[in-house]
Design a protein around this ligand. Structure first.
Ligand code: ZN
Length: 219
């Protein structure tokens, strides 16, 4: 019988994964959160994740994935590469980290199986995926199948944000009673500024646009 009382959340401490954590806390009796240290510029990301996990009494594991940065240095891990979300006609934005979701989800799956857990929650979204191939639904479905075959196990990779945009993600956080937590305690900004962020980087702009739209819709 499948264990539907527990889940593991892939948890970066940003808006999306925190919303997923809140989502999971409503649905499962016990929730585990896994974060990755991949040499990201902003270690604050990990301390945000830690504080939020503590707030909700969630068992939190930080796995060392600095290997990823050895293989593929990129604008999220290197200070000397400026984050540029523009998508070249034949490529990917330089904030894309090759293999990131593939590796993160694979490691989380290994961990989940050790705990006897099948449900893995991740905040990827195809709606504003910025051209990242590993945020698409087809990738998640494909990886789910691969992980099941790899470990002879029935994982369910669950993606509550797959078809919703940033505005709807704010709405969801609000419905889950976590609007303030997401607004004040998470880090999305590429310049490492918590909460509202720098206001200028692509991540801040996307986040703020969604927030303003949602606030306007409530009036
Ligand atoms: Zn910013």
């Amino acid at each position: 019988m499948k264990n539907k009382n527990e889940a593991v959340v892939v948890f970066s401490g940003g808006q999306d994964s925190t919303t997923c954590l809140l989502w999971a806390l409503k649905r499962y009796r016990k929730v585990y959160a896994v974060s990755f240290d991949y040499g990201q510029r902003h270690v604050q990301e990990l301390s945000c994740a830690k504080k939020i996990a503590e707030k909700y009494n969630v068992e939190h594991k930080i796995l060392d994935m600095t290997l990823l940065n050895q293989l593929a240095p990129n604008s999220l891990t290197r200070n000397d590469i400026v984050v540029d979300e523009s998508v070249p006609s034949n490529g990917l934005p330089n904030s894309f980290v090759d293999g990131r979701n593939l590796l993160f989800l694979s490691f989380v799956a290994v961990y989940a199986k050790q705990l006897g857990i099948t449900d893995i929650i991740t905040g990827v979204s195809q709606s504003d995926f910025s051209g990242y191939p590993d945020c698409r639904d087809i990738f998640i479905k494909s990886l789910n199948t691969t992980l099941n075959l790899a470990m002879d196990y029935e994982f369910d990779i669950i993606t509550p944000l797959m078809w919703i945009d940033k505005m709807e993600t704010w709405k969801l956080a609000d419905e889950l009673g976590g609007l303030e937590v997401v607004r004040d305690m998470t880090l999305t900004c590429y310049n490492g500024i918590m909460g509202e962020g720098c206001g200028n980087c692509p991540a801040c702009k996307l986040r703020k646009k969604g927030y303003d739209l949602y606030m306007a819709s409530k009036m």
